[in-house]
Write a protein that binds this ligand. Structure first.
Ligand SMILES: [Zn+2]
Length: 113
């Protein structure tokens, strides 16, 4: 059993340093090796570069990358958004994914750890 008074730290997957939850951003990150969007934790210093990389990958979605992004959303309590993106044309889906990434960038969409 964990001590409720014990601080929880997260390791930034960009610089591998430890941070408290308030300084960690939960992001979808395109992983070239896995060819998939994975959940990553990034610190205040690293998160904008990481998100910019994902935004570049999402500029031109394919049916495959669309589904992979939707699976990422399903895993982060965003199943409604994923359903809308799955039903859209690929062009509209790309626009909607861009909006979601912009919302993460501006802090209006906050993914839970
Ligand atoms: Zn970092």
């Amino acid at each position: 059993m964990s001590d409720p008074g014990q601080a929880v730290f997260y390791v930034c997957s960009g610089c591998f340093s430890e941070h408290s939850r308030s300084h960690i951003h939960v992001l979808p990150t395109w992983n070239e090796y896995l060819q998939d969007f994975v959940t990553t934790f990034r610190c205040d210093k690293c998160w904008t570069d990481s998100l910019a990389w994902t935004q570049l990958k999402a500029v031109v979605l394919t049916e495959d990358t669309r589904e992979k992004f939707c699976l990422f959303l399903d895993g982060h309590d965003c199943a409604e958004e994923a359903a809308i993106i799955r039903q859209a044309s690929l062009e509209d889906a790309t626009r909607q994914v861009g909006i979601i990434l912009d919302c993460i960038a501006s802090g209006t969409l906050y993914l839970r750890a």
